[in-house]
Design a protein around this ligand. Structure first.
Ligand code: PEP
Length: 264
């Protein structure tokens, strides 16, 4: 299966100059490699850097994702501060991160708002990296699979709405399993725990629709150059969503190499 390594830059770096230098460093390091990277690489810059980064990576193997879109309209409208799916696509994004725990926590993104964002993204032909995962308290209470089922039910709701969404959902959906307690903390679940959770996610999606039987499921949460290989060798883990370690060329490419070795 194709593997994916996606860098979520969050609200980093501080300047457009630094964002440009990061992309330049990445492209130079990729070019200098003796063998091509075998996984699909993607970066998700902040909205303000998206257009410039997209221009820089045009014609390369790197893809660009946006970190958020408006829930209110996929196109234009009186929604101060929002960027629509059409606008981020026009700026060069082909994918979008949705459901990230930081957006759920700091922006109170609800199930309903996420359905609206998901349908806006799909209407504009963006691929969606849908993030799910339990908090520390939920993990401690053994509620991981219940939380995931609840979060994944959004995909079922979307299918039931039978929206006109153009290309098949199976080609435009990735799931990122990110335990909230592992994000930016240096704490990680065991590979066996992640593997079992991914198996559950894959079975659940296949139960929603046969079309979703082969959706890729990525792991996210404190992935770094040292632990990437352990995750990459598990057949249930189809890639990584990487925060902190995606801001350094060396660590991001080390993670890409680990998953590239396990790409088919
Ligand atoms: C993330 O925010 O999606 C993430 C996985 O962050 P980190 O790699 O820094 O834990």
């Amino acid at each position: 299966m194709q593997t994916w390594v996606i860098g979520n830059w969050k609200q980093n770096p501080a300047t457009s100059h630094e964002a440009g230098a990061l992309v330049q460093g990445l492209l130079a390091a990729i070019d200098a490699k003796s063998a091509p990277i075998a996984c699909q690489l993607m970066v998700a810059p902040s909205s303000i850097h998206l257009a410039a980064v997209s221009t820089q990576i045009k014609g390369t193997l790197l893809l660009a994702a946006a970190q958020d879109i408006s829930a209110h309209s996929d196109s234009i409208g009186a929604y101060t501060g929002d960027c629509s799916a059409q606008q981020v696509a026009d700026a060069g994004a082909t994918w979008i991160l949705l459901g990230h725990s930081e957006r759920r926590q700091y922006h109170q993104e609800s199930h309903e708002a996420l359905i609206q964002k998901l349908s806006c993204a799909l209407k504009q032909n963006l691929g969606v990296i849908f993030c799910i995962g339990e908090t520390q308290a939920q993990y401690d209470d053994d509620q991981t699979l219940d939380v995931i089922d609840e979060q994944l039910s959004l995909i079922k709701d979307l299918l039931e709405q039978q929206l006109e969404i153009g290309n098949p959902l199976s080609e435009r959906l990735l799931i990122a399993y990110e335990p909230v307690w592992a994000i930016g903390t240096g704490k990680v679940p065991t590979v066996a725990e992640v593997s079992a959770t991914h198996q559950h996610i894959k079975q659940t999606l296949a139960g929603f629709s046969a079309e979703l039987a082969n959706i890729s499921v990525l792991y996210g949460g404190s992935v770094n150059a040292d632990n990437a290989q352990d995750f990459a060798t598990d057949s249930m883990i189809d890639g990584a969503l990487v925060g902190g370690a995606s801001l350094k060329v060396e660590s991001f490419l080390a993670i890409a190499d680990a998953f590239g070795q396990n790409s088919e």
